[in-house]
Design a protein around this ligand. Structure first.
Ligand code: LMR
Length: 396
């Protein structure tokens, strides 16, 4: 059987890790996979996480299963972080812990398929490439709505709105709650209000991918759109991730959240999610969720964690400004001005696939072929090298 197996290409994002590791160029820079890096180019374990881990080492008494919905303490603390402390939404919201944001998206896909297999999932163009793969694997059809105008490399809001208005009633629309991946172009509050009006009018079901809470404008500020939609629509699905804001990438810690019209509906949805999780992986892993619950429930660790999230966000924003400034002497500041305005970890740089290929081959600079750069991937030591390489590539 194995002899007939088709060999598939590497993942467009994860495949870059291996290619980068193999590269012997001493100046190589990894702007590929979305992991935060500090000024030294490392992805540190956050201080609050280390402290929580040492508390857990002392206090943990069992490795028994935690149940299909995961650790109740994790849900108790994460739900208000997403929906707001004291929010009335909490009464009709259910959280199911999942193996990372990816696992949460797969739960969403499997759940939709079980309830109404005919529903299409509408994705922004562009979107995170794995979105399409996840919903396809769940047996759902996907389609796209316009988001970025490739000519100007800007958010095309009129096109986005026009496309949303054409989506058949009842379909699912995946929206990036903040820090759009891959573009970094976010909607402003007025634009979100306009999206809400269309969702309402066409009775569309939003699925908010919320993987970067705290990386855009702040932990509370970034939840604005999630809360707006959850407060004004009867039903909303949210996938949250603790990979970035807790730096728990490899611990696979995320959640699927359903906000239902009533508490009774919420219980029905919850019963379905337990079955979906059970047939996928039975129980989610416990280490990451215990860390998150410990931090969010601690009067000492929570402020430390909030401070660290702020540090990461501010560092990324400074890197954005520095990048555009460093391109000034090359006459490219205007061409790349959008980088200073985009939000979150990623920027759609506007670099074309052939330019990205040259940067990789000739300079050892790795980014996704769409031109998506991980802003946290460069630092003060290699910024000049990066900008000189970009200038050489753009002018050639
Ligand atoms: C990314 O977009 O680079 C991250 O979300 C990592 C991944 O799984 O693709």
């Amino acid at each position: 059987m194995f002899a007939n197996v088709e060999r598939l290409p590497a993942d467009p994002i994860l495949g870059l890790i291996e290619a980068f590791n193999k590269d012997t160029n001493p100046n190589k820079i990894d702007l590929g996979v979305g992991v935060y890096r500090d000024a030294e180019g490392t992805t540190p374990i956050m201080r609050a996480v280390k402290e929580a881990e040492s508390l857990l080492l002392q206090s943990e008494t069992t490795k028994a299963y935690i149940g299909s919905h995961g650790d109740p303490a994790f849900g108790k603390h994460l739900l208000p972080l997403v929906l707001g402390q004291q929010s009335p939404l909490l009464e009709r919201a259910s959280l199911t812990q999942a193996p990372g944001g990816t696992g949460a998206l797969r739960l969403a896909g499997d759940f939709i398929k079980r309830i109404d297999a005919k529903k299409k999932v509408w994705l922004s163009n562009p979107t995170w490439p794995n979105h399409q793969a996840i919903f396809k694997a769940a047996g759902l059809e996907t389609a796209s709505y316009r988001y970025v105008d490739t000519e100007s490399n800007q958010l095309d809001f009129p096109a986005l709105l026009a496309d949303l208005k054409q989506i058949p009633q009842g379909d699912v629309v995946l929206l990036h709650a903040c820090c759009h991946n891959p573009s970094g172009f976010d909607l402003n509050q007025q634009q979100w209000q306009e999206v809400l009006a269309v969702l309402k009018e066409r009775e569309l079901l939003p699925l908010l991918d919320f993987a970067y809470q705290g990386f855009g404008e702040g932990l509370e500020e970034d939840a604005w759109a999630v809360r707006l939609l959850a407060e004004h629509l009867p039903e909303v699905m949210i996938t949250a991730s603790c990979s970035k804001n807790f730096g728990l990438y490899r611990e696979r810690t995320g959640a699927f959240i359903a906000v239902a019209a009533t508490a009774d509906d919420m219980e029905k949805v919850r019963s379905q999610l337990a079955v979906v999780a059970r047939s996928n992986y039975s129980n989610p892993p416990a280490h990451g969720s215990s860390i998150v619950a410990t931090i969010l429930g601690s009067q000492e660790l929570r402020p430390l964690w909030e401070e660290e999230v702020t540090e990461m966000r501010e560092r990324i924003n400074t890197l954005r400004q520095d990048f555009v400034k460093a391109l000034e002497p090359h006459g490219l500041a205007e061409k790349f001005a959008c980088v200073a305005q985009q939000k979150g970890m990623f920027s759609y740089s506007g670099l074309k696939p052939q330019e990205v290929e040259r940067l990789q081959k000739e300079f050892g600079i790795y980014m996704v072929s769409s031109g998506r750069m991980n802003i946290a991937g460069y630092n003060q030591q290699n910024l000049e090298y990066l900008c000189t390489a970009i200038a050489a590539t753009c002018k050639a």
